[in-house]
Design a protein around this ligand. Structure first.
Ligand code: SAM
Ligand code: SF4
Length: 355
């Protein structure tokens, strides 16, 4: 497989040529041509990972990004500051790759939370090694965390992630709970071979007081094994869970939230289903993404990226950076098009974008 096949770009866009802003109203927020405004920022901080989940990474891992090409803690915090102060962002989530692979994660969090105003600072992680670092991360400003866990069966976990690390994930989950990062959300990717263990995972989540959400698998695996025909959808999952639990819809339901929540056995516990493929929520999407190398990505599925690192390092002032970011988001595409026959996979895989 070549470097290009793995989705690590040679740059897609000349950083000197910003996207067109024709028709864009003169407003501060990250608005786009379809009336949406991005307020939720995902910042990927590394391509490295301690696991090799088959739905995400290639077996050998992603090609390493040169250290100098990664945004530094200072650069990340500067972008967070601009996002919150000038662009109307109010949620910041660090992701990757695996954020815990960055030795300076606490510094990234501390510098970012110092300039984040009231914005929330959260992280999506596989939880490995979290127990050793949770105190410094909470002290640095981490307020919420999502931990990814697809199965509670050790052999299955080892096959799925190509690493026998389930006990380490459990230790991370325990540490997060003990540190008060609750309600703790658990993300599970829905796959054909995890379906059989889905009810066990829900039972474990209920016992351990964590909020489980299943996510339909998207065609963002580096191995390109995803096939629409073989995909497990939300309906099939609900059927399986319904065999063991009584599922009912809660009274309150936010139609713009990606997760559809179900009460389990009358509640109060819930299980969420994020039907990213079969129930597109693109029309309500409020995300903007920064890759580990400092490009803005307006959509998981759009390969158009706009470089901010060049501006950060080239002496641009905050106003120029904010304008370039606004321009990048103005041209955000309408939707992912996964159901269309002309759908083309993005060049980057999930681990190279930041989920
Ligand atoms: N390493 C961290 C983790 O696993 O939580 C953060 C990065 S990971 C790319 C972020 C989220 O994307 C995880 O919850 C993971 O399960 C999810 N993910 C990865 N590949 C996916 C795919 N092909 N479809 C749907 N979700 C995916
Ligand atoms: Fe690593 Fe997260 Fe991708 Fe799994 S989903 S390979 S833990 S980045």
């Amino acid at each position: 497989m070549t470097r290009l096949d793995l989705g690590i770009p040679g740059l897609r866009r000349d950083p000197a040529a910003p996207p067109s802003t024709v028709g864009r109203p003169d407003v501060p927020g990250l608005v786009d041509r379809f009336g949406r405004q991005a307020r939720d920022l995902r910042v990927s901080i590394t391509e490295k990972c301690s696991l090799r989940c088959t739905y995400c990474m290639p077996e050998a891992g992603l090609p390493a990004i040169a250290r100098d090409d990664l945004l530094s803690a200072v650069e990340i915090a500067r972008l967070v500051h601009i996002a919150v102060r000038d662009l109307g962002v109010h949620d910041i989530r660090f992701t990757g790759g695996e954020p815990l692979m960055r030795a300076d994660l606490a510094e990234i969090l501390a510098r970012s939370s110092a300039v984040a105003g009231g914005a929330s600072i959260s992280m999506t992680t596989n939880g490995i090694g979290l127990d050793h670092r949770i105190r410094e991360l909470v002290d640095a400003g981490l307020t919420r965390i999502n931990i990814s866990l697809d199965t509670v069966d050790r052999d299955h976990f080892a096959r799925l992630t190509r690493r026998d690390r389930l006990p380490a994930v459990f230790a991370g989950i325990r540490a997060a709970k003990e540190a008060g990062l609750t309600p703790l959300k658990i993300n599970a990717v829905l796959m054909r071979d995890t379906l059989a263990g889905a009810a066990d995972l829900l039972a474990w989540s209920l016992e351990n007081g964590v909020r489980l959400r299943f996510i339909e698998q998207m065609p963002l695996d580096a191995d390109e094994a995803w096939a629409r025909d073989n995909m497990v959808d939300a309906a099939e999952l609900l059927d399986v869970l319904g065999g063991r639990f009584e599922l009912s819809r809660p009274h309150r339901d936010d139609p713009s939230a990606p997760a559809e929540e179900w009460l389990v056995d009358g509640g109060p516990a819930t299980v969420g289903v994020i039907a990213s493929v079969t129930r597109s929520f693109c029309e309500a999407c409020d995300r903007t993404r920064i890759t580990a190398e400092g490009t803005v990505r307006s959509c998981l599925f759009g390969d158009e990226e706009t470089d901010l690192r060049g501006l950060l390092r080239g002496g641009a002032d905050d106003r120029d950076i904010a304008d370039r970011w606004r321009a990048a988001m103005w041209v955000k595409q309408a939707g992912h098009g996964m159901g269309r026959t002309d759908f083309v996979r993005p060049k980057r895989s999930m681990g190279a974008i930041g989920g």
